[in-house]
Design a binder for this molecule. Structure first.
Ligand code: NDP
Length: 386
């Protein structure tokens, strides 16, 4: 059966890995819509290759370029927020949510409200509006399939069970490029070093999040909403080989884990073919060659972002949205060379202390919190640079 799929964030790292699988298995999927933020040329090339019927560029000033680049195809070009929401809610069997950051929240909610099956890579959307999104999915009948490798691993370990009997889940983390760095080395870390992840090839923002361990913090919150577990049932272990993608411990003491090469095409394929499986070109796991698997506790002193994220999850309310907004601004400021690596968690901590609000009841309230915190953290960055 051919499944219709929409790819939000088609030009990014997850988007391209998804396209690689789709193009290797053309009989399995039909791409109906693709989106990007600004990258017109790449988006048009993808739309041409896949024969998509709708291509949306978020930046409205680039619509004329997109029209020109799609000339001679039957693909409709559109731009802006409304068009992005239209692409998210398009008639499709599966929506790949691979926009980076809170910018993906409205499109993900549009897909969820339309009752779609959503393969969710865009963790920031769930972190900022987790309770609202889970409620919306229950109301509309939407299904959320986790694409993040850790959550996908847990989802695989839970297949065939109703989630009962789980005593805890254990998210693994590679530790990122600075796991063995000293405090001085962390202070001097450059954007180039931070994006050079030892195991995974990813977009810039998530690579910096992996280096601060904020990525694992966002994943804690993601797991809390996806699997309905409290903080004391979600642990994190550093596992530098990135072979065991996460584990589930059951009440009888059994522990199930999902293993594989560190290749995002494996979890993406699971979501694409779910509830079945499909072939991928991912390297097969050679455990004898890997030889050893190490695990250790995370160091919350050198990597305070993980501690801050757990505290935000436990506090609930608006705290996860505040954490995420502050982190997005801090990471962008670091990537632009304006602040030091070690200032990222400091800015997040300050934002959490200064922005205590009631839990958002609507997506509009989430955006209000997000906007206020972004402005406050941008102001703090200006002060630091003055
Ligand atoms: P990339 O930065 O590589 O790609 C982001 C995509 O989103 C691009 O298509 C980009 O378009 C689009 N985009 C960016 N900003 C906006 C915006 N404001 N409005 C609309 N579209 C936008 O990110 P990744 O693929 O690395 O990550 C995507 C998501 O998946 C993130 O939430 C990340 O945490 C998560 N994830 C990623 C993994 C990975 O291996 N990369 C692993 C697990 C989770 P354009 O190209 O035009 O800028």
């Amino acid at each position: 059966m051919t499944r219709k799929i929409a790819i939000l964030g088609a030009t990014g790292s997850i988007g391209k890995s998804t396209l690689d699988l789709v193009e290797r298995n053309p009989e399995q999927s039909e791409v109906v819509a693709v989106t990007a933020a600004t990258n017109v040329q790449e988006l048009a090339a993808i739309a041409r290759r896949t024969n998509a019927s709708l291509a949306v560029i978020a930046d409205e000033s680039r619509l004329a370029d997109l029209h020109a680049s799609l000339e001679g195809t039957h693909c409709q070009a559109a731009a802006g927020r409304g068009a992005l929401l239209e692409a998210a809610a398009v008639e499709a069997d599966l929506v790949i949510a691979a926009i980076v950051g809170c910018a993906g929240l409205e499109p993900v909610m549009a897909a969820v409200n339309a009752g779609r099956t959503v393969a969710l890579a865009n963790k920031e959307a769930l972190v900022t509006a987790g309770a609202l999104m889970i409620d919306a999915a229950e109301t509309s009948g939407a299904t959320l399939l986790p694409v993040d490798s850790e959550h996908n691993a847990i989802f695989q370990c839970l297949a065939g069970s109703d989630g009962k009997g789980v005593s805890r889940i254990i998210l693994t983390a590679s530790g990122g490029p600075f796991w063995t760095a000293t405090a001085d080395q962390l202070r001097e870390a450059t954007p180039e070093q931070a994006v050079a992840h030892p195991k995974w090839n990813m977009g810039a923002k998530i690579s910096v999040d992996s280096a601060t361990l904020m990525n694992k913090g966002l994943e804690l919150i993601e797991a809390h909403y996806l699997f309905g577990l409290p903080s004391n049932q979600i642990d994190v272990l550093i596992h530098p080989q990135s072979v065991v993608h996460s584990l589930v411990e059951f009440m009888d003491g059994s522990v199930l884990a999902q293993l594989g090469s560190p290749d995002m095409r494996i979890p993406i394929a699971y979501a694409l073919a779910w509830p079945e499986r499909m072939e991928t070109p991912a390297q097969r796991l050679d455990l004898a060659a890997v030889a050893r698997l190490d695990f250790e506790q995370p160091d919350l002193d050198r990597f305070p972002a993980l501690r801050l994220a757990r505290a935000a999850m436990e506090e609930g309310g608006s705290a996860p949205a505040v954490l995420n907004a502050a982190n997005e601004v801090a990471v962008a400021s670091f990537l632009n060379g304006r602040i030091r690596f070690t200032e990222i968690p400091r800015l997040v901590e300050r934002a959490l202390e200064e922005n205590r609000r009631a839990a958002p009841d609507t997506i509009e309230e989430v955006f209000e919190i997000d906007g206020d915190v972004r402005r406050a953290v941008a102001g703090a960055v200006e002060e630091m640079c003055a």
